[in-house]
Design a protein around this ligand. Structure first.
Ligand SMILES: Nc1ncnc2c1ncn2[C@@H]1O[C@H](COP(=O)(O)OP(=O)(O)OP(=O)(O)O)[C@@H](O)[C@H]1O
Ligand SMILES: [Mg+2]
Length: 393
């Protein structure tokens, strides 16, 4: 506030002539309007209450964050604006309190707010030699939207937990490999010895051994597949045409596509610049995404694949008509072994994510309820893998 003007006005209040009153009032109204414009322009919510916790001011930010009507909220208890909070405890004088809350109206958001007592400085009546005393007048409640921050923190925790888990699982899988090898060799020895026995004394031993061998092979395939999914691969990058990689991946799946009578529309931007990628790995990622889309669709479904330049990225979007993913499953689909298919390994998307991340790219998923899944991959035009490395000393 322009305190100079106010101070002068207070100083001269006894000498203000009636004819000057109008101009002073106009200036005061201007000052108030100026401050309100500033307060309404900031994104943070501001609520001011009196000592009893009744709202005496709130800005546009507060109305938007809490879904309030400004006029209806004035003079109401602050506990009616933001419910579920022990305001009586918070509105204690002499302390600044900060809390996080989750609100569900008008949008699901996480807010941080802090409450700060406000004082007015008044010339002290007790101090004859002048001096000021602080008179409590109310509280300021400042609200900030921390939804994005919280989401990214949760994602970091989730991905760290996941990488710790995959690292542990990789160790176990690796260790399982050795006894499996040894089992395989011993079974081959057994088979050889069995063959040397006279036929009538073999009984059903050969069949039993064949079953055991089959199971060991299956176990070995699972371990190899898992290690392949999580092992960071060495990228062999080159300048590649992403459109060709999309078309080749579609071509590779053409038997399954025509078997299900799925229509694939390729809307590929013609003048797309080349990108620095490992072509085999990117084709593997596209293959997994397209295979999922085709498997999700019934006869006559449509898969639209779009490529577009969004400098510094190339965006590739796969939009299917397979009904999308249930909200409850959305957070699980990148977890190893999560599958809703009878014969799925649940490693497809884990591989996609590893490949895209290793290229410095990003994945974005939107499930259109009941309609289909929109799977977006953004790949950097230039080699951005460097940004994934820790900063050097
Ligand atoms: N386009 C899609 N539409 C609907 N659900 C999908 C789609 N893509 C993935 N999903 C869901 O995500 C799950 C995990 O997919 P992921 O590719 O990792 O494994 P999978 O397809 O089940 O097995 P795999 O790919 O190893 O054969 C799927 O089982 C499916 O429920
Ligand atoms: Mg899959």
């Amino acid at each position: 506030m322009n305190s100079g003007f106010l101070d002068k006005l207070i100083e001269r209040i006894g000498r203000v002539r009636p004819q000057d009153l109008e101009s002073y009032l106009t200036r005061l109204a201007d000052e108030k309007g100026f401050l309100e414009t500033i307060f309404n322009a900031i994104h943070e919510g501001v609520i001011v209450t009196d000592l009893q916790g009744r709202v005496s001011y709130l800005n546009r930010g507060a109305c938007e964050l809490l879904g309030l009507d400004r006029e209806l909220s004035m003079d109401r208890p602050v506990r009616e604006c933001l419910r579920g909070i022990a305001w009586e405890q918070l509105l204690g004088l002499g302390k600044v309190v900060s809390r996080d809350v989750e609100v569900f109206y008008p949008q699901h958001r996480f807010l941080n707010f802090y409450v700060e007592p406000m004082f007015l400085e008044k010339p002290s009546a007790k101090h004859l030699a002048g001096g000021f005393e602080r008179e409590p007048v109310g509280f300021a409640v400042i609200l900030r939207d921390i939804t994005e921050h919280r989401r990214s923190t949760e994602e970091t925790i989730h991905s760290e937990r996941l990488s710790a888990l995959t690292l542990l699982a990789a160790g176990v899988a690796h260790e399982i490999g050795n006894p499996l090898n040894s089992l395989n060799i011993h079974m081959q020895l057994l088979e050889r010895k069995l063959r040397r026995l006279p036929e009538d004394s073999r009984g059903d031993l050969q069949d039993l051994l064949a079953v055991a061998k089959g199971e060991v092979e299956r176990l070995d395939a699972i371990v190899q597949q898992f290690l392949g999914a999580i092992r960071p691969a060495h990228l062999e990058v080159g300048l590649e045409n992403i459109n060709s990689l999309i078309s080749e991946s579609v071509e590779f799946l053409s038997p399954e596509i025509s078997d299900r009578e799925v229509q694939v529309e390729q809307r590929l931007r013609k003048d797309l610049p080349l990108a620095v990628v490992d072509k085999t790995q990117i084709k593997q990622a596209f293959f997994n995404i397209i295979k999922n889309a085709v498997q999700a669709m019934r006869r006559g479904g449509v898969l639209r694949i779009e490529s577009e330049l969004e400098n510094p990225y190339i965006r590739i979007t796969f939009l299917d008509t397979g009904g999308g993913i249930a909200a409850a499953n959305m957070s699980k689909i990148f977890e190893p072994y999560f599958t809703t298919k009878q014969t799925g390994s649940g490693l497809g998307l884990l591989i996609v994510r590893r490949i895209v991340r290793e290229h410095g790219g990003e994945i974005d998923l939107v499930s259109h309820d009941g309609q289909g899944l929109e799977f977006t991959v953004r790949l950097p035009l230039r080699d951005q893998r460097a940004r994934l490395l820790p900063p050097s000393a």
